[in-house]
Design a protein around this ligand. Structure first.
Ligand code: HGY
Ligand code: MN
Ligand code: MN
Length: 411
């Protein structure tokens, strides 16, 4: 079974990797893009082929459901996201969606009759690459993102979520928020995106906790001017001010210590002309730590740093796009995943997540379990990202055994 499963997984990943706006230079699959639509149609086809009832919600999240024998019972939900960062890898998100597809396929092949429904989900906009913030599909489902906030989101060209959905034929009027009582548990496979499992040569990580994270969008405003005729002492240069701020921010995380990290990952300069003094700079600040107090401290010190530079005509605004506390995952499911790994003679270890995941959002409303598999050279969010289909197959088998218990398959 393993070899066939591995082949099937490889095929899924290869097919999904074609749906990118940057073929040959990593996966760029933004939410509600043409690449999203192609991946969406593929995933829906695979769900239907496994006998699942397929639907989409008002965010464009895709669900494939195998009904249970208990009428109206909550689902055991498995899945991950299928959007990407710009020029990202083939596995961040899709590894988890593909694993969920294959668990459902095994349920169909074995003719299993679960008491509780088994449901596969492919989530949108986890990365926030198009509309900012991130974890949009799962936050929308759980009510962490309101309908108004969702409708107010726009991409860098001013296209709203609702307009973008309609452009690929999605219906934003479909039900959005999912009643918490309709999810019995949530399982997510994800690539580790770090070096630990590979260095330990262990195929499976059982995730114990996920870091807390926040993301800000900072706007620095100055005055545009002519690069040649404006004396140096008469400038209000937004890019110069932003550069001074950005050079200081990473030190705030280093000074906080305890594994706290800070990243300025995206920056736009306006009007972006070589002979024009910039009048506006917009950049992002991503702060994470295992303990909430460290995130809070860095936020406080960042705000103080911004205040210090808010002078001489420079104006600074900081908008919080996302804030999620650190999350410990469900003890019962962690134990179940360890037990199933042992029964399958699959080596595993406990691990914490430095990356954010939809699992951390669902942990507010249901019991959540998460498995990691090794990332080659610990690389992710880049075209070099790679994981072994054999490890995905091992995770599928663990989830398959766990899902049989969680859905209370009738023997
Ligand atoms: O940013 C993250 O941790 C995830 O890849 N969205
Ligand atoms: Mn991811
Ligand atoms: Mn990611």
């Amino acid at each position: 079974m393993k070899e066939l499963l591995k082949e099937q997984i490889t095929q899924h990943i290869e097919e999904l990797s074609k749906y990118t706006a940057t073929l040959g230079n990593g996966t760029t699959r933004l939410s509600y893009s043409q690449e999203d639509l192609k991946a969406r149609n593929y995933l829906k086809g695979q769900m239907e082929a496994s006998g699942l009832t397929v639907r989409e919600d008002g965010f464009g999240n895709i669900f494939g459901k195998l009904e249970g024998t208990i009428e109206g019972a909550p689902s055991v939900l498995l899945g991950s996201h299928f959007d990407s960062v710009p020029n990202g890898g083939d596995y961040d998100g899709p590894a988890g969606v593909v694993a969920a597809l294959e668990v459902a396929h095994l349920f169909q092949k074995e003719g299993l009759k679960p008491k509780y429904p088994l449901e596969v989900v492919a989530l949108v906009e986890e990365e926030g690459s198009r509309f900012g913030g991130g974890l949009m599909g799962s936050r929308g489902m759980t009510g962490l993102l309101s309908e108004e906030e969702f409708k107010g989101l726009q991409d860098k060209d001013g296209v709203s979520t609702v307009e973008a959905m309609k452009e690929i034929g999605l219906d934003p009027t479909l039900p959005k928020r999912r009643e918490p009582g309709t999810i019995k548990s949530f399982l997510e496979l994800h690539i580790e995106q770090g070096p630990i499992l590979e260095e330990k040569n262990i195929p499976i990580g059982v995730v114990e906790a996920i870091v807390g994270l926040t993301q800000y969008q900072v706007t620095v405003t100055g005055q545009a001017g002519h690069a040649g005729t404006t004396p140096m002492d008469r400038r209000t240069d937004a890019l110069l001010a932003a550069s001074k701020i950005i050079s200081r921010l990473p030190e705030l995380a280093t000074e906080e210590g305890n594994g706290t990290v800070l990243t300025v990952g995206r920056m736009n300069v306006y009007p972006n002309g070589a002979n024009v003094i910039p009048d506006k700079v917009v950049f992002t600040v991503d702060i994470r730590s295992g303990k909430e107090e460290h995130v809070q401290n860095v936020i406080k010190n960042m705000e103080r740093t911004l205040e210090e530079h808010n002078d001489n005509g420079i104006e600074i605004e900081a908008e919080q796009m996302l804030y999620i506390q650190p999350k410990a995952l469900n003890q019962g499911i962690r134990s179940l995943l360890k037990e199933m790994s042992s029964e399958l003679d699959t080596p595993y270890c406990s691990i914490n997540s430095g990356a954010g995941h939809d699992a951390m959002v669902f942990s507010d409303v249901t019991d959540v379990g998460m498995l990691f598999i090794p990332s080659k050279a610990g690389l992710s969010h880049c075209p070099e990202e790679w994981s072994d289909a054999r490890h995905i197959a091992q995770a599928v088998q663990i989830f398959y055994e766990a899902a049989k218990k969680l859905t209370e398959v009738q023997s």
